[in-house]
Design a protein around this ligand. Structure first.
Ligand SMILES: Nc1nc2c(ncn2[C@@H]2O[C@H](COP(=O)(O)OP(=O)(O)OP(=O)(O)O)[C@@H](O)[C@H]2O)c(=O)[nH]1
Ligand SMILES: C=C(OP(=O)(O)O)C(=O)O
Length: 217
């Protein structure tokens, strides 16, 4: 009998996700009120750590590379064995992602994606589902409001070409990306405001964010 061999194509290797983060003193400014800067730093860090932990467990994710120049975040991710690539925060989000994309592609990575760091209710199974639905197409996931973007996937062997910022869902759609809509609400549930945080809490937060919000439990 002829042995059946299944050869892995580069596309089977999964996507390498970039997760960008501003310096903590600048990030998630709408969550600062009523917390003080220490509490705010801890909350933003916990949300990012929960997001990355869930992403790393998702089927179809080969690895996560955080892009940040913040020393505290760099230390927190290093402790989990997550690589952090420094950027120049003066250049902004899309420049940080282009930098990460170039670095990954120079290492021979086939497929790059970008995931927002503010998804503390992210479920690995739902991210895996969204990735499967993307296939090998350039694709993006709009946030629950519909105007922003939480996940952008390049085609294999193609640059990421990020268009994050106000109205990014439309910008990504106009760039030829397929819209990923399906039963993966947690991939779309970004947290910008206190109201978003309450909604994420109701949906089920990751452990670090939950502990930060309910220290006694
Ligand atoms: N590495 C890096 N990440 C960035 C940069 N600018 C924004 N980000 C990250 O990209 C995501 C979206 O950024 P923004 O929408 O500008 O800001 P935000 O932190 O979500 O929140 P607000 O302060 O409330 O506007 C957040 O995770 C940011 O930390 C940048 O220059 N470098
Ligand atoms: C930058 C974006 O996200 P947000 O402002 O919601 O963090 C975006 O959706 O493109």
């Amino acid at each position: 009998m002829v042995p059946v061999t299944t050869e892995n194509t580069p596309e089977d290797a999964g996507v390498q996700l970039l997760v960008p983060l501003k310096p903590l003193a600048l990030a998630k400014s709408r969550l600062l009120a009523g917390r003080g800067s220490a509490g705010h730093f801890e909350l933003v860090t916990a949300m990012a750590l929960d997001t990355v932990a869930a992403a790393r467990r998702a089927r179809g994710v080969a690895s996560v590379l955080v892009v940040s120049s913040d020393p505290e975040l760099t230390e927190a991710f290093a402790q989990l064995g997550v690589e952090v690539l420094p950027d120049d925060p003066a250049d902004g989000l899309n420049a940080a992602l282009r930098h990460g994309d170039e670095v990954l592609r120079s290492r021979g990575v086939t497929r790059v994606g970008a995931l927002q760091a503010d998804l503390p209710a992210l479920r690995s199974g739902e991210l895996g589902w969204a990735l499967r639905s993307a296939g090998t197409d350039r694709s993006f996931c709009p946030d629950l409001r519909g105007d922003g973007t939480t996940l952008l996937l390049a085609e294999p062997h193609r640059p990421l070409e990020p268009r994050f910022g106000p109205g990014s869902a439309l910008a990504h759609s106009e760039s030829g990306a397929k819209t990923l809509l399906g039963p993966w609400e947690s991939v779309r549930r970004d947290v910008d405001t206190e109201q978003d945080l309450n909604a994420a809490k109701a949906a089920g937060l990751g452990p670090l964010t939950a502990a930060r919000l309910n220290p006694g439990e």
